[in-house]
Design a binder for this molecule. Structure first.
Ligand code: CA
Length: 429
């Protein structure tokens, strides 16, 4: 078998509608990474860059199995997010997607979590090799909607899994065997929400991977650029091939782009420092951003009474813990939200909290559905609750005026060379 190596490039752009870049990208001759942060402007970039700083510690000689090392690194990154959230509750709800390929000299160890994607271009044909951890993908898998319908679904940005600093969201881990001539693309949803796979296939086949990266980012901006867009590309060549001096990877240096390449902004408690100029509802930012609990509906009294009674007995802990594994769809501040817990209000006891905001206004529903939601709709699981949300008949809202893009639709490279710091290494202890 021909010994292989690869050339690489990483490129990002904040896009035309956002003021900050919450994506991070990394490419080197051993490691390719995309981390798309979420949780509002105040925390998304923190989640993305903290995860990136831990994952890129893998870019060194490893004396263990690459997949084991990758799994361990994802767990460390998750623990780090959990630690940050415990220290500063204002960043609760932040998280990041992860798409990682770690080269062991013969094959890639791959980790996937969230809706950033990995594609392979082989002999001119594009194949998506990751499966989105999204609500709409679960509907596609069950044959309820087509991939084309998923692209325009109102809840397409709802994630079912991401790196959130909790222990209930693990990454998909697998091995990948590249071939000579293969090109691999890792990208954030800022690309795939904007352009179709056909367009990606054509652009990814550009003469060089640097041209392909520039073209992909340009196409996302041209299509609206509503989100940060980040691409990382690798192209397999025979080991020993002379480096191409026209490529950005000619110098052999790692490329780090986006949030992880910038200075971390100081955080002073309230996560309200975001100044995104986007309209009031931004589905991307609400993907995992909880809001403070508000008023509850007067339902499920039986369960509530049992919990209270239970608290006075030895069964209290169990009853309470059971109540916190329940879900329902309800309303808060005029918006449809998914609650975790039971729908009842007991003085001095919080039995539910917002698990997922949907961005759907009650005013966009029929009177009947609005009443149903205000009363609370029980669900057997989170996915069941999201299905209830997806089944709502939402009236098309009056278009919100959007700011005229002032930036030129040309990608700006914000690449810097990655260097390990003492602080980075300290986290690995
Ligand atoms: Ca994104």
């Amino acid at each position: 078998m021909t010994a292989l190596t690869y050339r690489y490039v990483a490129l990002t752009d904040t896009g035309l509608r956002r003021s900050t870049n919450q994506d991070s990208g990394y490419a080197s001759d051993r490691l390719l990474v995309i981390a798309d942060g979420m949780g509002g402007a105040a925390a998304g970039d923190l989640a993305s860059s903290e995860a990136m700083h831990i994952i890129r510690q893998l870019d060194r000689d490893l004396d263990v199995d690459a997949l084991d090392a990758l799994e361990q690194s994802v767990k460390l990154a998750n623990a780090r997010l959990g630690e940050l959230i415990r220290k500063d509750p204002s960043v609760e709800g932040m998280g990041t997607t992860l798409e990682v390929m770690l080269w062991d000299g013969e094959k890639f160890a791959v980790a996937h979590l969230g809706d950033s994607r990995a594609y392979r271009l082989r002999e001119g044909t594009l194949a998506q090799i990751s499966t989105d951890h999204t609500f709409v993908q679960s509907l596609v898998d069950e044959g309820k909607i087509s991939p084309a319908e998923a692209r325009v679904h109102p809840h397409r940005s709802l994630l079912l899994r991401a790196l959130l600093g909790r222990d209930d969201n693990s990454a998909d881990l697998s091995w990948l065997q590249p071939r000579l001539g293969d090109r691999y693309l890792l990208c954030s949803d800022g690309l795939t929400d904007m352009v179709t796979d056909d367009v990606i296939q054509q652009a990814l086949a550009a003469e060089t991977i640097d041209m392909a990266a520039t073209e992909l980012v340009r196409l996302a901006l041209e299509a609206g650029g509503v989100d940060n867009v980040t691409v990382v590309i690798a192209e397999f060549v025979e080991k020993g091939t002379d480096p191409d001096e026209h490529l950005s990877s000619f110098d052999g240096q790692p490329q780090l782009v986006g949030a992880a390449a910038g200075q971390a902004r100081p955080r002073t408690g309230a996560a309200a420092s975001g100044s995104d100029p986007s309209p009031s509802f931004d589905p991307e930012e609400l993907r995992y951003a909880p809001r403070p609990p508000g008023r509850r509906r007067w339902l499920r009294w039986t369960a509530a009474v049992l919990v209270v009674a239970g608290i006075l007995t030895a069964a209290g802990g169990y009853a309470y813990s059971w109540s916190q594994d329940q879900y329902y769809v309800g309303a808060q501040d005029g918006e449809v939200v998914v609650f975790k817990g039971v729908d009842a209000k007991i003085p001095g006891l919080t039995l539910s909290h917002v698990d997922e905001a949907t961005g759907i206004q009650l005013t966009s529903l029929s009177d009947f559905q609005r009443q149903e939601i205000e009363d609370g709709v029980e669900a057997s699981s989170k996915i069941d609750a999201l299905r209830t949300v997806a089944d709502l008949d939402v009236a098309t809202p009056t278009p919100t005026p959007t700011p005229t893009p002032t930036k030129k639709a040309t990608p700006r490279a914000t690449r810097t060379t990655a260097k390990s710091t003492a602080a980075d290494v300290a986290w690995l202890r």
